[in-house]
Each structure stands twice: as C-alpha cells, then as structure tokens.
Write a protein that binds this ligand. Structure first.
Ligand code: BG6
Ligand code: MG
Length: 213
C-alpha cells in the first residue's frame, strides 16, 4: 500500500513560526497585551483571522470589522518585512537531507499549510518544485484543527488518509492530522504536541526506516 508524506510549512520547513510570533506580538502590544511563548503555542497552525480573534480574547479587546481587517493587514505587512530576505539557506536543520531522502525513495510529498503566504515562502527557500501537491489557506474553508487541509492534500496525492504521515509543529495541526485519520509526527515536544506517534527536534531526525514503503 502506497504511503505519502504531508508537511506543514511554518516551524517544520523554515523558522517562519518565529516571524509570525514576532508580528503578532507587535500587534498584541498595541492592545496592551504581552503575547507570551505559551500563548503562541495555541496560535501555531491557526489561520490569520482565527489568530487575531484568539489574541483579542486574551487582550479582552473588541474591534470594529474595519479595524479587524486593517490589523490583519498590518500584521501581514510586518510578517512580509521579516521574511523578505529569506533564501534557500533559511530552512531548518535537516531539511535538505529530508528532501533528498524523500526524492530518492520517490515518496509522494504534499504541503498542508494554514498560511496564505505558503507559496511565496516555499519559492523563497527554493522548495516549491519538491512537492507533488500544495494545499494552503486559500484552498480550504476550514482551517486546522479541522482536517480539511490534510484531507485535500491526501486526495491530491491520491493516497488514502490512513496512509499519510503528517509532520507538524503545532497542536492544532496534530489534531487536524488525527481528525483526518492520519499518522502525526511532532516537530516539538510531547508536552506541546500530544497525540503524535513520535517527537523530533527537526525533520533531519526522522528515521526513514520506520516509514512504510
Ligand atoms: C500557519 C502558522 O502556518 O499559518 C500561523 O503556523 C499563521 O502562525 C498561519 O498565523 C496563517 O499564516 P498567514 O501567512 O496566512 O498569515
Ligand atoms: Mg507550523
């Protein structure tokens, strides 16, 4: 039975999870709220609008619809400024080895990202052509922890969900993978990512001998 791999982007392929955090922290400061790393664990994998709703809840603040959209836009402008100089060297440790193994073993590979910037970031780091399928926030109506992103990726790969292994750094993403009937590998700690079958510091630690071929 053919198996496939679905990768999250931010925090799995490159350190853009940190840039999202910095941009959200800057916005939260305007609401007089100090966004912590612990808060950020809840934000990882969550769509842009859902993230802002979550932060407004933490800050106990409400915005008009117009201000909400304007703040989403400003956050994204700050994020784009932070990623503008990224290039192929800015992938996380182990990423080149991981992609080389996937190619050598001819493992079907998809991206399943909650980001609307996914194509741009993948292009910058030079990995856009490494994927057989790409699913980003523009192609789904329900973000993580809903499984739609990963189910769509599995469908595009033409691989049954139960034969897909999802690599995720977010709790929302691990939940989405499990809700889709997939196997989840956590990039992070067991404490932050319950439900994943194993926990790695980065993709380079993955043992391909454990992957069913
Ligand atoms: C996810 C990140 O991949 O994408 C989140 O983990 C981010 O932190 C979300 O908020 C949406 O990204 P974007 O680029 O569409 O604002
Ligand atoms: Mg992520």
């Amino acid at each position: 039975m053919k198996h496939g791999i679905i990768l999250d982007l931010d925090g799995v392929i490159c350190d853009t999870a940190h840039f999202h955090f910095l941009a959200w922290q800057r916005l939260a400061a305007e609401y007089d709220y100090n966004l912590t790393h612990a808060d950020n664990e809840q934000l990882k994998g969550v769509s842009r609008a859902d993230s802002l709703t979550f932060i407004l809840g933490l800050a106990n603040k409400t915005l008009s619809e117009e201000q909400f959209l304007s703040d989403l836009h400003r956050k994204n402008e700050w994020y784009l400024e932070l990623v503008k100089d990224m290039g192929p060297k800015d992938v996380l440790p182990g990423v080149p080895t991981f992609f080389a193994e996937v190619a050598a073993r001819k493992i079907p590979l998809a991206l399943g990202s909650a980001s609307k910037n996914a194509n741009m970031v993948l292009t910058r780091v030079g990995l856009i052509h490494a994927f057989d399928a790409i699913v980003d926030a523009s192609q789904v109506s329900q973000g993580k922890p809903h499984p739609e992103t990963f189910l769509k990726a599995a469908e595009l790969l033409n691989i049954a969900p139960e034969n897909c292994w999802v690599f995720e750094d977010s709790a929302a993403g691990v939940q989405a993978a499990l809700a889709g009937g997939m196997t989840a590998i956590g990039i992070g700690t067991a404490e932050d990512l319950p439900g994943a079958i194993s926990h790695l510091r980065n993709l380079g630690e993955f043992d391909f001998n454990t992957f069913p071929m």
